[in-house]
Design a protein around this ligand. Structure first.
Ligand SMILES: *[C@@H]1O[C@H](CO)[C@@H](O)[C@H](O)[C@H]1NC(C)=O
Ligand SMILES: *[C@@H]1O[C@H](CO)[C@@H](O)[C@H](O)[C@H]1NC(C)=O
Ligand SMILES: *[C@@H]1O[C@H](CO)[C@@H](O)[C@H](O)[C@H]1NC(C)=O
Ligand SMILES: *[C@@H]1O[C@H](CO)[C@@H](O)[C@H](O)[C@H]1NC(C)=O
Length: 466
């Protein structure tokens, strides 16, 4: 069995170490037990029984210097898709996806910045119901320069969209843009943190036909235009209520009609045949929101555009039937908005991490993920690195929705070069549990974090940070 002794010898002797394995059954176990009945594990067993919130495995690992390591988990996931939490030295940490599998599988858990001397790596329950065989650590290779494209995929992209993607490329890896979902929450940041975010996140939700027809209305487009006039950057998502088939019951009200469990609308059958009435309804919805996006284009506002978000989670109807219909709808959206509607102000932001969901480089300007981990200010480096792999580092990467903000020093130490973060609205920013006001003040005053005042002139290339 290879253990921490082997690692310290390799590092101490200056050898460029290969991966070193630490067996879970030899670590400190809390609320979990060693199992041997699922064959194929390494060492003398694996650890199972993650069923209580406090259950954990704690590995003690040494490093001769302060150094960044790649961390991998060897696990088995017979009970479906799960998440675990990996926490270094009792602080920060990353949520790591453990997709369902009945084979022992190695998955990247991002990176850990070990201190010189003794460190702990703790695997915490999170969703539980997985088997952990071992972890491996290997010194992280220093990453070379990014290879990202900063020309929009849309050949007819207008100067506003081109300027936006170019600006994002100019700060990528050097800074992170601060962002806030919802005008009221952005105003809260200005008033309580003392700085205004560089990005306003807004939603086309209440411009959707199935909501407008039930009395919903929105002023998000006007707010976006006003914020852009102040020199800010806009990102729109679209909580697209299904055009028909909403249950509208006590448990599943019409206003939750973007959720898979609130509608029997079937994306797969709707897209199977372009003469289908439901196909037509989808096209009508796209045409309706095109009217709003055109107002932004006419006002000179480029938009980081994030439709069909969180598709791989399957909790929205557009992800409910797997990757194929969703990718099909993404391409239809792209073709219809650019070609039929002449929308050339959009920067197309994809928002799923898994490879089989990716619509392809020709249809994506930015890749992104949404990550919520309460009170955890870690760099979300596992997800960042998965997105880096997803597009082979050819697309800029964004943290399109977060709960707790990442600590700027950790972002830099881990080379987790998220180009922006956008905190979700309401309690996520102002409730005090996801982010304290003092923590937000430290984030917003960091040189690494760009705020509205610091990005002025980004459109004409006169911003000081370019
Ligand atoms: C790891 O470091 C701790 C404290 O720095 C030390 O007590 C321990 O002996 C080291 N263990 C190994 C295996 O090197
Ligand atoms: C359209 O979707 C509704 C809601 O799911 C469904 O009841 C209806 O059968 C669908 N129509 C067609 C032609 O598939
Ligand atoms: C990334 O590179 C690999 C290997 O070169 C290639 O197979 C894959 O298609 C590329 N993926 C993307 C999204 O470009
Ligand atoms: C560039 O944009 C900034 C901010 O909108 C403006 O103040 C400045 O005058 C512009 N400079 C040029 C050369 O157009």
């Amino acid at each position: 069995m290879i253990g921490s002794l082997a690692l310290s010898l390799l590092v101490a002797s200056g050898v460029v170490a290969q991966s070193v394995t630490y067996q879970a059954e030899s670590a400190t176990l809390s609320g979990v037990t060693v199992g041997t009945s699922v064959s194929g594990f390494t060492g003398t067993g694996y650890v199972e029984g993650f069923d209580e919130a406090a259950d954990s495995i704690t590995f003690t690992v040494n490093s001769s210097t302060s150094q960044l390591y790649d961390l991998k988990l060897i696990y088995n996931g017979p009970y479906g898709d799960k998440y675990t939490n990996v926490v270094l030295n009792n602080a920060g940490g990353s949520q790591v996806s453990l997709p369902a599998t009945t084979a022992w599988t190695t998955v990247s858990a991002g990176q850990v910045l070990l201190n010189a001397g003794s460190n702990t790596i703790q695997i915490q329950n999170n969703w539980g119901w997985y088997l952990i065989d071992a972890i491996t650590l290997s010194p992280a290779a220093k990453r070379g320069p990014h290879k990202v494209t900063t020309a929009p995929i849309n050949k007819k992209a207008n100067p506003d969209a081109k300027a936006l993607l170019k600006y994002l490329g100019s700060i990528y890896g050097k800074h992170i843009l601060s962002g806030q979902q919802d005008q009221a929450s952005l105003d809260w940041v200005t008033q309580n943190v003392g700085k205004t975010p560089a990005i306003l996140g807004v939603d086309l939700m209440d411009y959707t036909e199935s909501r407008k027809s039930r009395g919903a209305s929105s002023t998000d487009v006007d707010k976006a235009i006003a914020f852009a006039k102040q020199g800010g950057i806009i990102t729109f998502c679209w909580h697209w209520g299904a055009p028909t088939g909403l249950y509208d019951t006590e448990d599943h009200r019409w206003w939750s009609g973007f959720y898979t469990d609130a509608t029997d609308f079937n994306i797969e059958t709707a897209l199977a045949d372009t003469t289908n009435a439901n196909y037509t309804l989808l096209m009508n919805d796209i045409d309706t929101i095109a009217v709003e996006l055109k107002k932004l284009q006419a006002a000179g506002v480029p938009v980081i555009w994030r439709p069909l978000h969180e598709a791989e989670g399957a909790w929205f109807w557009w992800g409910a039937k797997g990757p194929e219909p969703c990718k099909k709808l993404w391409k239809i959206l792209y073709e219809r908005l650019t070609k039929k509607h002449g929308l050339n102000n959009l920067i197309w932001e994809w928002n799923s991490v898994k490879t089989d969901w990716y619509p392809g480089s020709d249809y994506v300007d930015l890749v992104s993920a949404d990550t919520y981990s309460q009170g955890d200010h870690g760099p979300i480096s596992a997800t960042y690195n998965n997105l880096l792999t997803l597009a082979n580092d050819t697309k800029i990467i964004a943290a399109a929705e977060i709960g707790s903000v990442m600590e700027p020093a950790q972002l830099q130490a881990y080379q987790a070069d998220w180009v922006y973060f956008c905190v979700w609205s309401g309690d996520f920013i102002s409730g005090g549990t996801w982010n304290s006001v003092d923590f937000l003040k430290s984030v917003y005053s960091s040189d690494y974090v760009l705020t509205l005042d610091e990005i002025q002139g980004w459109k004409n290339g006169t911003s000081k940070t370019v």
